[in-house]
Design a protein around this ligand. Structure first.
Ligand code: MF3
Ligand code: CO
Length: 257
């Protein structure tokens, strides 16, 4: 069952989205050579708390960290540890917060100081793929229209989309229906309707799409060891243009409300 959000619920999701986007921005600015991923997790915890929110990830299926931090060949769900980030690494930061009863979920990949031209292209293609998907998030279209736009853009640029993990409906729970894959399959695909809120999140590998889960039970890595990138926004389907809810420009209005 797909849960549509009414005006009041949409307003709360704008607030949760603004907090999630602000924390992601703050965390991205904190990333630097020499910083450990555990330092990043501690900083994220502090910023989430400062905004009066809670991590949506900590404790979810016993997930042990406040954000997901995935370096280089790590695709998603990376765990914070004593690894020191180095110049040239690329790091995927995924921040989900619980605020005013709803979840805002967003992610981005950033270079640590700088990175290779190939890694930068991977980052740019993944971010643009997210916006290609969002452009299809229109009432009357189907989820598969989003999936197709992302897959075609990524593969047209010589990269591949991960199959095992997908975007999702989001609201009072982090994972609601429908699933939002980054590839087209033969399954029937739900129609998009105003009031639906979905997390669109392309995970893009530089090489093969194959992934495996490491022995920590969480960290997903590319099987070929090549780098991977991840961008995500929480999006509201409206009667007109899609509305990106994970948008930090809303923060000032939120604070004065
Ligand atoms: N954005 C990811 C997702 O939608 C984050 C989940 S991490 C978890 O699945 F630890 F909470 F599972
Ligand atoms: Co998500």
């Amino acid at each position: 069952m797909i849960i549509l959000k009414n005006e009041r619920e949409q307003e709360a999701m704008r607030a949760a989205g603004a907090v999630a986007a602000t924390v992601l921005h703050e965390v991205a600015n904190f990333v630097a050579p020499g910083v450990t991923t555990r330092d990043v997790d501690r900083f994220a915890a502090e910023r989430i708390k400062a905004h009066g929110a809670r991590s949506a990830f900590l404790g979810y299926k016993k997930y042990p960290c406040h954000l997901c931090i995935s370096v280089n060949d790590e695709v998603v769900h990376g765990l914070a540890n004593n690894r020191r980030l180095e110049f040239g690494d690329i790091v995927s930061l995924d921040v989900g917060v619980y605020f005013r009863g709803f979840i805002g979920d967003n992610a981005r990949t950033v270079p640590v100081g700088g990175c290779s031209p190939l890694a930068q292209k991977l980052i740019d293609v993944t971010e643009r793929a997210l916006y290609e998907g969002i452009a299809q998030a229109l009432a009357g279209q189907r989820v598969a229209d989003i999936s197709r736009a992302i897959q075609q853009f990524v593969e047209g640029n010589g990269f591949s989309v991960v199959r095992e993990f997908v975007g999702h409906g989001v609201g009072r729970s982090m994972h609601e229906e429908p699933q939002v894959p980054n590839f087209v399959d033969q399954k029937s695909s739900p129609r998009l309707r105003p009031g639906m809120t979905i997390a669109i999140e392309p995970m893009v590998n530089a090489g093969s799409p194959a992934v495996r889960v490491m022995r920590d039970g969480w960290t997903v890595v590319s099987q070929d060891g090549l780098p991977s990138a991840h961008f995500e926004h929480t999006v509201l389907i409206t009667e007109a243009e899609p509305e990106i809810l994970t948008c930090r420009e809303r923060m000032p209005a939120l604070l004065s409300a």
